[in-house]
Ligand binder design. Structure first.
Ligand code: S3P
Length: 430
């Protein structure tokens, strides 16, 4: 069996946060293995526009940030543009809510359609003054003095959690935040890394407005499990290969896809695990015949960005798979429920979107003959493009059928090159 070794881009969520935290801290922080892709460059651009000095070195994948403390930002000259990045816009709204100057955050057409009320509501309760267009960008954030609140969120969203916790750093008193199902905990880990581990009380995370952060000096960003998931799927579906993805972040709050792969019968294992602030390991997969799977709503936060590729896997597993509670996918970079449904139908898969009283489920009947459609739509959404790129490659189809392949640039600019090299069995040796 041929072994193919590859590396995936650095983690997007951790890259965003490493710049934000470094900017709010006194001292210099070196971010090693930063993701030089459009979304994280939007965050860098905004922080620079707020007066933060940073040296970006794309060749070495390194950024050096000179922080001057949590109230050191200066008023921006123009609109702060978050591009396609929901993480940038939502978390930066929390960072900017308690500043003493006005700022305007805007984004591309897709970002302007995404709901921002979820951050505006708790932040307004803290005293923030945010003007929006019916809860959507552009957002005008007026100067305000914040006070701590206790927010019991019905939504499981790491972006909302991070916005409120970082606003709490600029607020008077303590801010308490609780969510029903835990979302990814990179922000909590950053607080710890920057010398302020969050205390917990009855499930609430607590931030004290008096805190100053302390730079750890250096941060290493591991590979992105969400980017790796496309190749893990490829390795499972493509007979005769063993695929090794090196130094991938294996934070337990992001590992839903690996659990699902195991439940589907895939041969997947973690080797050489390193217990850093954000743990990482090599992930090894071999091809297998898959079983269908049932994924419950409570599992969704741990695999939220992997649903498109899991839907692709389910199409190859003989029988009925169910992914429950996919509602949040409707408000991602595209309406991913519709994008998944539309593309699966085009590939000849029997798929149904079932609207229940309190949630939306995806039902997929896999294991039937598949066809490669003439045109594969991306909806300008990176994860839809990559998921259906993998499906096309596994079926031996031509990747030119995928419209607008450039949309992967926001998280994984080298994706198509890597996919074609991996398809040819070329070892990256990284
Ligand atoms: C992210 C959180 C998730 C995820 C997104 C990145 C983050 O969004 O889908 O790609 O970095 O905090 P939600 O917080 O809206 O679930």
């Amino acid at each position: 069996m041929a072994t193919v070794v590859l590396c995936v881009p650095p983690d997007k969520s951790i890259s965003h946060r490493s710049l934000m935290f470094s900017s709010l801290t006194r001292g210099t922080t070196k971010v090693q293995n930063f993701l030089f892709a459009q979304d994280c460059l939007s965050t860098a651009g905004i922080l620079k526009a707020l007066g933060i000095r940073m040296r970006l070195d794309p060749k070495r994948r390194r950024v050096e940030v000179e922080g001057r403390g949590k109230f050191s930002f200066t008023a921006p000259k123009g609109v702060l543009f978050a591009g396609n990045s929901g993480t940038t816009m939502r978390i930066m709204t929390g960072v900017l809510a308690g500043q003493d100057f006005e700022s305007v955050l805007d984004g591309d057409d897709s970002l302007r359609r995404r709901p921002m009320q979820r951050v505006i509501r708790p932040l307004s309760l803290m005293g923030a003054r945010i003007e929006s267009h019916n809860g959507r960008a552009p957002l005008r954030i007026l100067p305000a003095r914040l006070r701590g609140i206790r927010w019991d969120s019905s939504l499981s969203s790491a972006q909302v959690k991070s916005a409120v916790l970082l606003a709490g750093l600029h607020a008077e008193g303590r801010t308490y935040y609780r969510e029903r199902v835990p979302s990814r905990d990179h922000t909590e880990r950053m607080f710890r890394l920057f010398g302020r581990p969050l205390r917990r009380y009855k499930g609430f995370l607590i931030v004290d407005g008096r805190w100053e952060l302390e730079s750890p000096g250096e941060i290493f960003v591991p590979g992105d499990i969400s980017s790796a998931s496309f190749f893990l799927a490829y390795g499972v579906l493509r007979p005769g290969v063993e695929l090794v993805v090196r130094r991938v972040g294996v934070n337990p709050t992001r590992m839903g896809m690996v659990d699902v792969l195991k439940r589907m019968g895939a041969r997947v294992r973690l080797v050489d695990k390193v217990d850093y602030a954000e743990p990482y390991a090599d992930i090894v997969v071999k091809s297998t015949n898959l079983r269908p799977v049932k994924i419950r709503s409570e599992e969704i936060p741990r695999l939220i960005d992997e649903v498109p590729i899991i839907a692709v896997l389910a199409s190859f597993a003989k029988g009925k798979s169910v992914i429950e509670g996919v509602d949040e996918l409707r408000v991602k970079e595209s309406d991913r429920v519709e994008a998944i449904r539309g593309n699966l139908v085009a590939f000849g898969v029997d798929v149904r979107v079932v609207k229940r009283k309190d949630r939306i489920d995806l039902e997929i009947w896999g294991g039937r003959p598949l066809v490669i459609p003439k045109r594969i739509r991306t909806w300008k959404d990176h994860r839809i493009a990559m998921a259906f790129g993998v499906m096309t490659a596994v079926l031996g189809g031509d990747l030119d059928r995928i419209d607008d392949r450039n949309c992967v640039d926001i998280s994984y600019p080298e994706f198509w090159e890597t996919l074609s090299r991996v398809s040819q069995g070329v070892d990256y040796g990284c």
